[in-house]
Design a protein around this ligand. Structure first.
Ligand code: ASP
Ligand code: MG
Length: 439
C-alpha cells in the first residue's frame, strides 16, 4: 500500500481537488491511503477565530463561510458539515465566554480544518466515481499523548493502525485527517503546525507502506530556494541524512521531524508536485545512486542570533561548556551551531525571549554578547568530508562577493558545512554558491 499526503495548497479549492482526484485515481491499484491537510488558509482562520474569541469577539462565521464556499464549489450537500459547524460555534462561544484559550482548546479548534476537508474530499471523490470514505485519524488507531500542540502517538499505535486498516473495505479509498489526534481521554490533540506530513510518515511506517508520497506545490526538493536562484533545479534523489539537514535548515519543503518515522522503517519518501504530476519530484531514501554533483543542496535559515560567551575561567577548566548548555536548556533555547575556542564559546539559536533570558543568566559566567539578524547557511552533500578543497572553494566563493563569514561549522565526516553571515548577505551568498557548485 501507498500513503499519499496532500498539503493545504493541493486541496485549496475545487480546481486543485480535481487534480488530486486524478492523481489518486491513477494509483488506485496500489491501495492508497490519502492523508489530507485542511484547505489552504483554513487552519490559520481557525486559530485566529480562537484568538479573537478569547480576546472578546465571537466571530465564527468568517471561517465557516470560507469552508462552506469550498464545500458548495465541490457540490457537497450543506448537511455534510452542519454538525461540525454547530460544534465549532459552540466551542468558540465557550472560549468567548470564559475569555481563555488553553493549548487544549486551541488544538480542539484547530482540528476542524482537517475534519472538514476530508469529509468534503471523500464526498466529492465518491460522487465523481471514485468511492472514498473520510476518517478521523483516531479511527485508524492514532491515539496520542496529551502534549497539546506537539502530541505523538502512544505505544501500540502500529498494532492499532494495522488492525484498523485490515478492517477497512477494499473497494473504497480512505481519506484521512492529517495533523490531529486524540488522547486516551478522548480530547483532541495536534502534532504541531504543518504536521500533516508527519501524520503521513507515521501512518506509512505503521502500515509498512511501500512509499510515502508528499504532494505539494514544488517539483520536489530543489538545489536552492527558487525565489533567490533562478537556475535552482530539482534534486532527483537524496539520502535521509541529507534531507534531514535540509529540512532543518529551512528548505521549506519538509517539516523537520517528518522523515524520522520513514527513516527508522526505511520507507522511501517521495516529494511531488500536484500541479505537475508527471514530474518525478525527489525521492528520499536510505541508499541512493552516486550523486554526480559535489554537493546536494544549499539551504538557510534567517533571523538567527549568535551568542558568544568569553571567559578566562574556561581555560583548562572542567565543566564550563556543560554549564553554558545547562543554562540554555533551562530557558528552552534550541542551540543549532556551536564553536569553541580556549576562552570563548559561540552558539546560534533563534533570536527570541528565551535566548535573552539565557544570556542574562550566562553573564555570571563571563562576558556575553548577542548579535542578531544572522543567517545560518548550510551546504549539504555526501562528498563534503571527503573531497579535498571543497570547503576552500565554498569559502572563497562567498569571500569574493565580499560576504563576511562570522562562524563556521564543519565536523568530522559531516555532510554539511554551515556558516553564519548577516541576513542582508543571504541572496548574494546563495546565488554565488549555486553558480560555483551547480552551474
Ligand atoms: N493544517 C495544518 C496547518 O496548517 C497542518 C498542515 O497543513 O500540515 O498547520
Ligand atoms: Mg500546510
Amino acid at each position: 500500500m501507498l500513503v499519499m499526503k496532500f498539503g493545504g495548497s493541493s486541496v485549496a479549492n475545487r480546481a486543485q481537488i480535481e487534480k488530486v482526484l486524478g492523481i489518486v485515481a491513477g494509483r488506485a491499484s496500489r491501495r492508497p491511503v490519502v492523508v489530507s491537510s485542511a484547505h489552504k488558509g483554513v487552519t490559520d482562520a481557525l486559530v485566529s477565530a480562537a484568538k479573537v474569541a478569547a480576546a472578546g469577539t465571537y466571530e465564527p462565521e468568517a471561517v465557516i463561510g470560507r469552508q462552506l464556499s469550498i464545500a458548495r464549489e465541490l457540490g457537497c450537500p450543506d448537511a455534510l458539515l452542519e454538525p461540525l459547524f454547530a460544534e465549532l460555534r459552540d466551542l468558540l462561544r465557550g472560549v468567548h465566554l470564559v475569555r481563555e484559550l488553553s493549548p487544549r482548546s486551541l488544538d480542539y479548534i484547530s482540528s476542524f480544518g482537517e475534519r472538514m476537508s476530508v469529509r468534503c474530499i471523500a464526498d466529492y471523490f465518491t460522487r465523481e466515481g471514485t468511492p472514498a470514505t473520510a476518517y478521523d485519524v483516531w479511527d485508524l488507531g492514532f491515539i496520542t499523548d496529551s502534549k497539546f500542540g506537539h502530541a505523538r502517538p502512544t505505544v501500540g499505535f502500529a498494532e492499532r493502525a494495522r488492525a484498523a486498516y485490515a478492517a477497512l473495505p477494499l473497494d473504497c479509498i480512505p481519506v484521512v485527517t492529517g495533523f490531529i489526534g486524540k488522547n486516551e481521554r478522548g480530547e483532541i490533540t495536534t502534532v504541531g503546525r504543518n504536521g500533516s506530513d508527519l501524520t503521513a510518515t507515521l501512518l506509512g511506517a505503521a502500515l509498512d507502506a511501500e512509499e510515502v508520497e508528499i504532494w505539494s506545490d514544488t517539483d520536489g526538493v530543489m538545489t536552492a530556494d527558487p525565489r533567490i536562484v533562478a537556475t535552482a533545479r530539482n534534486i532527483p534523489y537524496m539520502r535521509f541524512d541529507e534531507a534531514a539537514e535540509l529540512a532543518y535548515f529551512g528548505s521549506r519543503v519538509l517539516h523537520p521531524s517528518t522523515l524520522l518515522p520513514a527513516m527508522e522503517c526505511r520507507i522511501p519518501v517521495r516529494v511531488l508536485n500536484t500541479n505537475r504530476p508527471a514530474h518525478p519530484g525527489t525521492v528520499i531514501q536510505e541508499v541512493t545512486p552516486p550523486n554526480p554533483n559535489p554537493v546536494t543542496s544549499i539551504a538557510y535559515t534567517e533571523n538567527q542570533s549568535v551568542l558568544t560567551i568569553g571567559s578566562t575561567r574556561m581555560f583548562g577548566e572542567v565543566g564550563f561548556v556543560g554549564e553554558v548548555f545547562a543554562a540554555c536548556a533551562r530557558h528552552g533555547v534550541v542551540v543549532d551551531m556551536v564553536t569553541t575556542s580556549e576562552v570563548s564559546i559561540s552558539l546560534t539559536a533563534q533570536g527570541n525571549a528565551a535566548l535573552g533570558l539565557a544570556a542574562e543568566e550566562l553573564r555570571s559566567l563571563g562576558t556575553v554578547s548577542v548579535r542578531t539578524g544572522r543567517t545560518v547557511l548550510v551546504v549539504v552533500g555526501q562528498h563534503l568530508a571527503t573531497r579535498a578543497g571543497i570547503a576552500a572553494e565554498i569559502l572563497r566563493a562567498v569571500a569574493e562577493q565580499g560576504v563576511n563569514v562570522e562562524m563556521i561549522g564543519y565536523a568530522a565526516g559531516s555532510i554539511n558545512l554551515s556558516m553564519v553571515i548577516v541576513d542582508a548577505d543571504v541572496a548574494r551568498a546563495v546565488d554565488v554558491l549555486h553558480r560555483t557548485l551547480f552551474d
